[in-house]
Design a protein around this ligand. Structure first.
Ligand SMILES: Cc1cc2nc3c(=O)[nH]c(=O)nc-3n(C[C@H](O)[C@H](O)[C@H](O)COP(=O)(O)OP(=O)(O)OC[C@H]3O[C@@H](n4cnc5c(N)ncnc54)[C@H](O)[C@@H]3O)c2cc1C
Length: 438
């Protein structure tokens, strides 16, 4: 097994650090895994010592910090293998989306990656995965063909929908609750380019842009996936020049159809008025990071969200009044459709995801005021909320069991707890978005 680190090792701090800096892991032991066998031995060791197991690829989705447990880090497991004939990729546990995008592009293919190319592909996919082309191709999870996983009995298994439909169903959606995934086999889609990019409107047009975007989403084809963020930029030299001191509406667009059709579709949004910047045009999928332009440097953030059935005027008012960065994603389309291999991803009925984000928080910040500001908006949106939560967007203390439960259909959650009893009755895998055994 690769060497194990404890708090006395000089490499301990670097190995436990991740993208989210608001909280950090302080595990008793860290196992930097280089292979599936390292993971198997780490799980065996944790089970023997009664230590709960946590896993970290990049630290973008830190739920519970691994206080006192055994943390398996997977950053060194980053092999990507494309099978162009089958249109699939095998991706190891530490792979980031940018690696899959690059490798697939050489074969005229693309993965169902999300807004940020530096997010870990395995956790994103097993948590559902709402990507840039979500309305066209559905959840990333719906493309999973096989999960290679170490279960709580320290056995390495290759789980397929035909071989073990129950465990496959639980793993794809239930993420780290049923084992540590060492690799996934996923389907790719035949996409090389998009009509895509971003429109940025300044303070005066932020409200009109949000309203126009909402109206626009009511009659779009599935080939168009889009979202909008309303971002207050500080009046500081650190903010990008055109956005400094402005509350910017940032519309993100990914259209898989032809450019001429995309341009016609986009006309009502451009008609809102002059843009601070307009980058929408022909875009290779390898350049798709420019659509959301997500941050790539580690930082502290607090985030909450609601899933909505509709976006009436009162809901828009609540979002525009939020003391936070607001992001609304248009769902529906292929996200609502049945999958070829059943999985446990829930919330296929929502039409909008409305997220709130407070960025730039120092490690260990007091969150009382931030939580209260988010709560005001959540309450205002509640008349139109489905009550569901997206597993992938539950960070930090938001990943508590009562919220995790809301990521699934009620009957599916009960089934997950029963399967958890079968596969991990001691809840060895509990430093995660936990589903306790029945
Ligand atoms: C900037 C940003 C952009 C994002 N964009 C999107 C988006 O467009 N769409 C979307 O759906 N989500 C998005 N997310 C959410 C993201 O998908 C989740 O946070 C995801 O869990 C991140 O995975 P990671 O490996 O990068 O993070 P990590 O923090 O390393 O992992 C998160 C959790 O996943 C579990 N886990 C990790 N690896 C394994 C494994 N091998 N086996 C079992 N469990 C494991 C662990 O419980 C771990 O705590 C975004 C997040 C951020 C911060």
């Amino acid at each position: 097994m690769s060497s194990t680190l404890d708090q006395h090792d000089s490499a301990y701090d670097a190995e436990r650090a991740g993208f989210q800096t608001l909280a950090s892991h302080r595990p008793e032991l860290i196992v930097p895994a280089a292979s599936a066998d390292d993971i198997r031995q780490a799980v065996s060791q944790a089970a023997a010592r009664g230590l709960p197991v946590a896993v970290q690829a990049t630290g973008h989705g830190l739920p519970v910090a691994a206080e006192g447990g055994l943390l398996i880090t997977t950053g060194a497991m980053n092999a990507v293998t494309i099978d162009p004939a089958a249109g699939t990729a095998r991706i190891e546990a530490g792979v980031r989306w940018e690696q899959v995008i690059e490798a697939a592009a050489g074969h005229g293919l693309a993965p169902l990656s999300g807004s940020s190319p530096v997010v870990g592909a395995v956790s994103y996919t097993l948590g559902g995965g709402i990507g840039l082309m979500a309305r066209r191709y559905g959840y990333a999870a719906d493309q999973v063909r096989a999960v290679e996983v170490v279960t709580a009995d320290a056995e390495l298994r290759r789980v397929t929908p035909d071989g073990d439909p129950d465990l496959f169903w639980a793993l794809v959606g239930g993420r780290g609750n049923f084992g540590v995934a060492t690799a996934l086999e996923i389907g790719l889609v035949p996409v090389q380019r998009l009509y895509g990019g971003a429109l940025y409107f300044g303070t005066d047009l932020a409200g009109p842009a949000l309203r126009a975007w909402r109206d626009w989403t009511r009659s779009l084809p599935e080939e168009m996936t889009s979202s909008i963020a309303v971002i207050p930029f500080p009046d500081s030299p650190h903010a990008p020049a055109p956005f400094r001191g402005q509350t910017v509406a940032h519309v993100r667009v990914a259209f898989t159809g032809e450019a001429a059709e995309g341009e016609e579709l986009l006309a009502p949004l451009r008609a809102v008025g002059p843009r601070l910047t307009d980058t929408v045009g022909e875009l290779p999928y390898t350049g798709s990071a420019a659509i959301h332009n997500d941050p790539t440097k580690p930082s502290g953030y607090y985030s909450t969200h609601s899933l909505l059935r509709e976006l009436p005027e009162e809901a828009l008012g609540a979002l525009l009044g939020a003391r936070a960065v607001v992001e609304v994603r248009h769902l529906g389309g292929a996200l609502t459709k049945p999958q070829s291999a059943a999985n446990s991803v829930g919330n296929r009925d929502a039409l909008y995801y409305a997220g709130m984000l407070t960025p730039g928080l120092a490690p260990g910040s007091d969150l009382t005021a931030v939580r209260a500001a988010h709560e005001v908006v959540t309450r205002a949106l509640s008349p139109w909320a489905t009550g569901g939560q997206v597993l992938n967007f539950l960070y930090g203390d938001q990943a508590r069991p009562q919220n995790v439960r809301r990521a699934y259909e009620p009957a599916d959650y009960e089934r997950l707890t029963r399967l958890k009893t079968t596969w991990d009755a001691r809840n060895l895998f509990r430093l995660n978005h936990n589903i306790p055994p029945a």
